[in-house]
Design a protein around this ligand. Structure first.
Ligand SMILES: [Zn+2]
Length: 196
């Protein structure tokens, strides 16, 4: 039986996603264990080609997040979507014990998904600009200002540390299975995969 940190994403229902994650104690910040958890989170982030991972999503109830909107990811989106959702490159950013500050009252409403609610999506309102502060690892500064889609990623990941999932904030009427058309086309012979 596998033990955390997992190489897969925990799924909604797992209690680890609904509890408040604990602060990493100062004396552990540079420990081998924490560095290994971070390395594992970055591997999962890149293997699944997603944009953010919070430690509870790999089964670890600690306040650690990793985010990246890698160069090349732009090609996965139509140019008008990339523009409309205010997407931009975000180099790998790793925060321990992050604090989020909202610095713009403007909100954007766009579709959002979560690797811990695999196969679904819904529109969620998020603040346009945030400041994130914490202990930066792997070259991450201790403070960053993020805008648009990257601000959305930070809000989504910090929510995970507080046991909040995007479904708690979504416009319920927009909740959808991302495979619904494919399911019809394949006469139901379709599956949601939890590994890659
Ligand atoms: Zn998520």
């Amino acid at each position: 039986m596998s033990a955390p940190p997992y190489r897969h994403f925990t799924q909604i229902g797992d209690p680890v996603l609904r509890q408040r994650a604990e602060e990493v104690p100062p004396e552990d910040i540079d420990s081998r264990e924490i560095n290994q958890i971070i390395d594992g989170m970055v591997k999962v982030l890149r293997h699944y080609d997603c944009v953010g991972v919070a430690a509870p999503q790999v089964g670890i109830p600690l306040r650690i997040i990793v985010m990246e909107f890698r160069e090349g990811k732009q090609e996965q989106f139509k140019p008008e979507i990339y523009e409309e959702r205010k997407m931009s490159i975000l180099p790998l950013a790793v925060f321990i014990n992050p604090e989020l500050e909202i610095i713009s009252s403007q909100v954007n409403k766009h579709p959002e998904g979560c690797m811990s609610v695999r196969g679904y999506s819904a529109e969620v309102e998020r603040y346009d600009k945030v400041r994130i502060r914490g202990i930066g690892k792997l070259g991450t500064p201790s403070e960053m200002e993020l805008e648009g889609w990257n601000a959305r990623i930070a809000q989504h990941e910090v929510d995970h540390l507080n046991g909040t999932i995007y479904m708690d904030r979504m416009d319920l009427s927009t909740f959808n299975c991302i495979l619904w058309e494919q399911i019809n086309a394949a006469e139901g012979r379709s599956a949601i995969w939890f590994h890659k």
